[in-house]
Design a protein around this ligand. Structure first.
Ligand code: NZQ
Ligand code: ZN
Length: 376
């Protein structure tokens, strides 16, 4: 019925300075005795985080094995590797140390271990639904996916990128130290902020029933993320800004901003997942490329929501018609997203040593212009 909803957020959140050192105590509290510590490429090793987490398990006399190598858009092959390792070692708890890709890979392993005679790939193919999942915890290093509290796991294989949604995989706990996100490249911070915005916007742009309280939470969250994303562009070391963004990331995707509005829209995420599968693009960046065209395409069908968004979130001066106001809101959000292209161009310029191209040598400003045109 209109406005009915279920909100289930069982994850224990421990937020603040140095909380990662409590990993061992948390695993113990949730009954873990043999742990798989799952992580990504090199960031957690380089920063010393992995060692700190391992030490905290050792301090609680908890056995563990570690498996790194999870890549962005995490692969099923790594999941199988993890499952084999866990079975050999008798793992009973998974600890993800990383961003969304690591957490989603950990969730897939946890599903596989709980139904060991079945192929976990079936879940992503949607040929069966999960019946059980091993417990997992998270030490979060990137505010973006919201996977630390979400019911979702997204895995890539062959040319597909597919998600499974079930409350069974919601993490038992999430340790969130905003300071851990200071080592992120500016581009990943920005892409993360875009993903956070999108998780609430996907729930916001719906026809049908809405609740005022949910709209107010959503609009406040969107304004806050834009405010502190801008702060971080100039001041990436700012702990308080990191904290605002990190908590917004969890609230944006744990279900709170969707209460009372059915299931949300999710078209942009579906469109982006195909880009991720085909071109391995960064999820948040893919979303920013899709949203402005999506918004202009669907605007007339959902006009009151776009007008409200323009006024309450983007805070534009109303135009002469509702359509004009809605378009002003879309353009303002597109302009915010385009700030990311500066960071993309900067990264690209560094990667190529300043200049690339033969048809026309491109410098940073050219690269930015090309990214902008692609998103217009
Ligand atoms: O592998 P390392 O070296 O750690 O580098 C990672 C990776 O290259 C780096 N990174 C992470 N934390 C860092 C850091 N670098 C320096 N310092 C740190 N503290 O960041 C890069 C990207 O990491 P990734 O985990 O891929 O990013 P994100 O958290 O944005 O996750 C993206 C994945 O989550 C999925 C996306 O589709 C994508 O596959 N999503 C999952 C959702 C869910 N489970 O609820 C919902 C989302 O909509 C999304 O679809
Ligand atoms: Zn997302």
């Amino acid at each position: 019925m209109n406005g009915d909803f279920t909100l289930y957020t069982p994850t224990k959140v421990v937020f603040g300075h140095d909380v990662e050192t409590r990993a061992g105590a948390m695993v113990k509290a949730f009954g873990g005795k043999k742990v798989l510590i799952h992580y990504g490429g090199k960031s957690a090793v380089k920063s010393g985080l992995l060692k700190r987490v391992q030490d905290s398990l050792t301090a609680e006399e908890i056995d563990y094995v570690s498996l790194g190598g999870v890549v962005p858009n995490p692969r099923l092959s790594k999941v199988y590797e993890g499952v084999k390792m866990c079975k050999a070692y008798g793992v009973d708890f998974i600890l993800a140390v990383g961003g969304g890709s690591v957490i989603d890979s950990a969730k897939a392993i946890a599903y596989a271990l709980a139904e060991p005679e079945k192929d976990v790939r079936d879940l992503y193919e949607h040929t069966r639904v999960p019946k059980a999942c091993f417990p997992l915890g998270v030490v979060l290093t990137l505010a973006a996916s919201g996977s630390e509290m979400s019911d979702s796991s997204v895995i890539s294989y062959e040319d597909k990128k597919r998600g499974v949604n079930s409350d069974l995989c919601r993490p038992k706990f999430a340790l969130m130290d905003p300071a851990l996100t200071k080592t992120l490249p500016a581009y990943q911070t920005a892409a993360g902020c875009s993903d956070i915005l999108m998780h609430t916007m996907e729930r916001y742009f719906v026809n049908g029933h809405r609740m005022e309280i949910t709209d107010a939470i959503a609009e406040g969250l969107l304004r806050t993320v834009m405010q502190y994303a801008a702060v971080l562009r100039d001041d990436p070391e700012n702990y308080d800004a990191r904290a605002e963004i990190m908590w917004a990331g969890s609230l944006s995707h744990n279900g709170l901003t969707g209460c009372g509005n059915d299931a949300g829209d999710w078209a942009c995420h579906r469109l982006e997942h195909e880009l991720g599968a085909q071109y391995d693009v960064t999820h948040g960046a893919g979303l920013t490329a899709v949203w402005p065209s999506w918004a202009k395409y669907v605007m007339k069908n959902c006009l009151p929501r776009f007008v409200r968004f323009a006024k309450n979130v983007m805070q534009v001066e109303p135009g002469e018609t509702d359509e004009e106001t809605a378009l002003k809101g879309i353009d303002a959000m597109a302009a915010f997203f385009r700030e990311e292209f500066k960071l993309l161009a900067k990264n690209c310029a560094i990667a190529v040593g300043g200049k690339v191209g033969s048809a026309m040598p491109l410098h940073e400003a050219d690269m930015e212009a090309i990214y902008r045109i692609a998103a217009e």
